[in-house]
Design a protein around this ligand. Structure first.
Ligand code: BGC
Length: 854
């Protein structure tokens, strides 16, 4: 019987209230003001507001799938505005939309139920591939407008997406729907001002919003978690001055994105995905190919204004320090500004984009007239590029221009670092070469974005010299083969012996038989704790958690299980569950993370025995990862991580299956909302901050995911992502590298897809050579859920459990008997016992860490 942590009282705790207040604050800081023609902030005068749109009552707090979090309540926009003292004058329209959703939802659920009855649990994939989406919003009629004050209307546009399916380029998703356009035309012809609120997890087409007269403000409220309506009201009323900044480029036209035609289903080929744009992702592409975005990377407006002035640029040892003063020059509102520092690297043998983000810093809240000195630091080697021919990171000779600004289209050259010879900063080996010819994309510096004063700034820039001999060259050493562990101990060693220091982990590992080792490196789905096993809900000690490690060696060796639960928008657990008098969880009772899925599957409802006890696991839905990143404030992200860390402790979860940190390669990736940005530095620093917050809580850890190139959702398990080694290292792996080096997450999850022809889960070069040997990762690597499950009819099949072990992928999740058998069979053939021991020992290290805290 497992220990149950969840409280038995449904009462709201002080911690829950406190977390709600904290996420309200963080969410307000992640909202991005895109347009404002003087209409915001609104006077908080308690009047009746005309509020329309699909996100008012059905505000999307975060996306769907494993990234969805079950909080006790979600404060929607209607409630948030009412709480701020407004009343809503358009309830009949909102009621009509509710009814339309209820009717449409009933039809959808009937179809889902029929599919489940036909296919059983496999039918869940239908829902992932055909996710529920609300129907079209009702038309706004004259009657809806009558009786409302004519000066202002709010219109909320909501979108949702989730794992298993990419977003569509259609009206109603990336595009505005015809009805949304009609409704907005109605509002702009009736009201003096219309404010549009975007309750979206990613980019949408904003052409209409920017061109329609009368739309006087556009606020990206994003997907803000459980206190979203309150946070929105804080920003609309000016209690918080908007200070979020975009973390991806919002294009004028979808076709402007470099992956527009080659992305996912749009390429007509779901088997292979070729990253032909190479390093030119996001603003690197728009800037280098002279395309003007609708909203550039890093952009966001405020209610006040700031003046920046660069005070100093210095070389301090191996680092650059840029000191910038920021002054709030407005008269009315206090606010925060983000200083962004970019670098233009010299063109040489290697193509370089126009500029890359090198560092950033955010001010505190500055009152009107107040000034703050910010410093932005970054290392000189962080400006290196990857040269595939030399298999090395190199700083090519030339001039490195330092640019300071408030977004990527507002950067100004303040200094130039001169390097007169090329320096190798790190000598590696190529490890992830593409499995096909991928012609590199070359940008022509003559077509780069430019602005009037650019050449004058170049000429006037302060020149600083980098002395090549001060930059050391690091050489990576790729570890020798794993060495078999042996022990002198003859008595059976248990984890308690290790805890009591009577034996070492090596002794314990060395004593385990091949069968025991194999049991340990495969998750507990195969009938461990749960009697109802389901992807994402295997844990029976913490219902709704995504899985456990093995309990099979609990009696014989005292090796207990680790509990793993999803994120990234909070901790994903079931809201409540029921135990019998002996503390055993009764599957199927309580409010599951899966709604009424088991009912629909026809699993007979469990009886509630006498003496049954209710338990509650109300977790806080924090803002989606993109919104956290939009704060550009590592301290705020660390705080979000701390909220999750406290809940991991409270409910007895060891590893959080988050943060997700894949790069926003295309705006249509169905899971972008779970990821931070198109920029690797920003992604890496956000993941490191999230990790620091979680890992403040001893024994609790993050699992950065999905490593690597999981940039599309359609056919995510069997798609081969093909990418140059340079783009992999500079763009797609870089964030992971930063997170590992800066924060040592306890775990990492591999992706489903193949990386240049090899399943990521089986990719030894990626998981051992790059992750562990080059970057020094010391944690546990696990697979994504079900990647080894048998599959048919795909060009690329599934990954292999024995090859996971061989690659250094320690834990196959959620695990099956077939995985255990495959591993046992492989030992002594393609798999060395030492390799299996190495994986088992890394799991044991975490089990031991947790045991030490109990
Ligand atoms: C997702 C992971 C998640 C896992 C467990 C998978 O479908 O891709 O991100 O952590 O399920 O729920």
């Amino acid at each position: 019987m497992a220990r149950i942590y969840a409280p038995t009282s449904p009462e709201i705790t002080e911690q829950e209230k406190n977390h709600m207040e904290r996420v309200r604050r963080i969410a307000a800081e992640g909202m991005v003001l895109l347009e404002n023609k003087g209409v915001l902030p609104l006077r908080a005068d308690g009047r009746a507001l005309a509020v329309f749109g699909n996100g008012v009552r059905k505000m999307v707090k975060g996306g769907t799938g494993s990234g969805d979090v079950n909080s006790r309540t979600v404060v929607n926009i209607e409630q948030g505005l009412e709480d701020a003292g407004f009343s809503i004058a358009t309830k009949p329209w909102l009621d009509r939309f509710d009814q339309a959703c209820a009717d449409y939802g009933a039809g959808y659920m009937a179809e889902f139920q029929a599919i489940l009855q036909e296919k059983g649990f496999a039918g869940v994939n239908w829902a992932l591939e055909n996710p529920y989406r609300d129907p079209a919003v009702p038309e706004i009629t004259r009657e809806d407008l009558a009786g409302t004050e004519r000066d202002l209307a709010l219109y909320v546009i909501a979108r949702t997406s989730g794992e298993g399916a990419d977003r569509k380029l259609n009206p109603g998703d990336y595009e505005l729907s015809e009805r949304e356009i009609e409704n907005l035309k109605t509002l702009t012809s009736y009201y003096e001002h219309t404010v549009v609120i975007l309750n979206v997890g990613g980019v949408i087409d904003t052409k209409f919003l920017r061109s329609q007269k009368g739309i006087d403000a556009v606020l990206l409220m994003s997907q803000p978690g459980c206190a979203g309506g309150l946070a929105l009201a804080d920003v609309l009323t000016g209690k918080v001055t908007p200070c979020g900044r975009l973390t991806a480029t919002w294009a004028e036209n979808y076709a402007d994105y470099p992956s527009a035609e080659s992305f996912s289903y749009l390429s007509g080929n779901l088997d292979d995905s070729e990253y032909r744009e190479g390093i030119y992702v996001g603003y690197r592409w728009f800037d280098s190919f002279g395309l003007n975005p609708a909203y550039p990377f890093g952009f966001g407006r405020s209610y006040t204004e700031f003046a920046l002035s660069t005070r100093r640029v210095e070389i301090l040892g191996g680092a650059i320090r840029v000191t910038v003063s920021v002054k709030n020059t407005g008269a009315l509102y206090a606010g925060r500004e983000t200083v962004q520092v970019y670098v233009s690297q010299p063109q040489g043998k290697l193509d370089k984009p126009y500029q890359v983000l090198a560092g950033f810093a955010k001010t505190k809240k500055l009152a009107p007239g107040e000034e703050e000195l910010l410093t932005v630091d970054f290392s000189i080697p962080s400006l290196a590029s990857y040269d595939e021919e030399r298999a090395a990171w190199v700083l090519e000779a030339g001039s490195y221009e330092i640019r300071v600004g408030t977004h990527s289209r507002d950067t100004h050259i303040v200094a130039a670092l001169e390097l007169d010879e090329t320096v190798v900063t790190e000598q590696l080996q190529n490890k992830v070469r593409p499995d096909c010819e991928l012609p590199g994309l070359h940008a022509d510096p003559d077509r780069f974005y430019t602005y009037l004063s650019e050449s004058a700034e170049k000429a006037a820039a302060l020149k600083l010299e980098i002395i090549p001999s001060t930059i050391p060259t690091r050489t990576a050493h790729y570890g020798a083969e794993a060495v078999e562990m042996h022990t002198e101990k003859t008595e059976a060693v248990t984890l308690t012996d290790v805890l009591e220091e009577k034996a070492t982990l090596e002794d314990l590992t060395a004593q385990l038989s091949v069968e025991e080792l194999a049991a340990l490196v495969v998750g507990a789905e195969r009938g461990g704790l749960g009697s109802v096993s389901a992807v994402g809900a295997a844990s029976a000690a913490v219902p709704g958690a995504a899985g456990d490690t093995s309990m099979e060696l609990a009696d014989s060796r005292g090796i207990t299980n680790l509990v793993l639960a999803d994120g990234p928008a909070g901790l994903r657990l079931s809201k409540s569950f029921v135990t019998d008098g002996q503390g055993n969880v009764i599957p199927g009772l309580g409010e599951s993370a899966f709604g009424n899925l088991f009912d629909m599957l026809g699993v007979p409802a469990a009886q509630r025995p006498d003496g049954a006890v209710d338990h509650y696991q109300y977790c806080t839905a924090i803002p989606i990862a993109t919104m956290l990143a939009q704060t550009w404030d590592p301290a705020a992200i660390e705080e979000a991580g701390d909220i999750v860390g406290s809940e991991l402790e409270q409910f007895g979860v060891d590893l959080w299956l988050a943060p997700g940190m894949n790069i926003h390669r295309s705006p249509l990736c169905g899971r972008n909302f779970e990821y931070y940005s198109e920029d690797p530095l920003l992604s890496g620093l956000c993941a490191a901050a999230d990790t620091r917050g979680v890992q403040r809580h001893p024994g609790r850890g993050t699992t950065i995911k999905h490593f690597a190139l999981n940039n599309q959702e359609d056919n995510r398990m069997h798609c081969n992502s093909r990418c140059s080694e340079r783009a992999l290292r500079e763009i797609y792996l870089k964030g992971f590298e930063i997170a590992v080096k800066e924060s040592q997450p306890l775990a990492l999850m591999t992706s489903y897809n193949l990386v240049n022809g090899i399943h990521a889960a089986n990719h030894r070069e990626l998981l051992t050579d790059i992750l562990r040997c080059e970057w020094g990762f010391r944690g546990l690597v696990m697979t994504d859920w079900g990647t080894t499950a048998a599959s048919e009819g795909f060009q690329y099949g599934s990954s292999d459990a024995a090859l996971c072990v061989k690659a250094g992928n320690d834990l196959t999740m959620p695990g099956s008997q077939a995985d255990v058998d495959a591993i046992v069979k492989a030992v002594g053939r393609e798999l060395a016992l030492a390799e299996l021991q190495a994986c088992a020992k890394r799991i044991l290290e975490l089990v031991l860490l947790r045991a030490k805290l109990q």
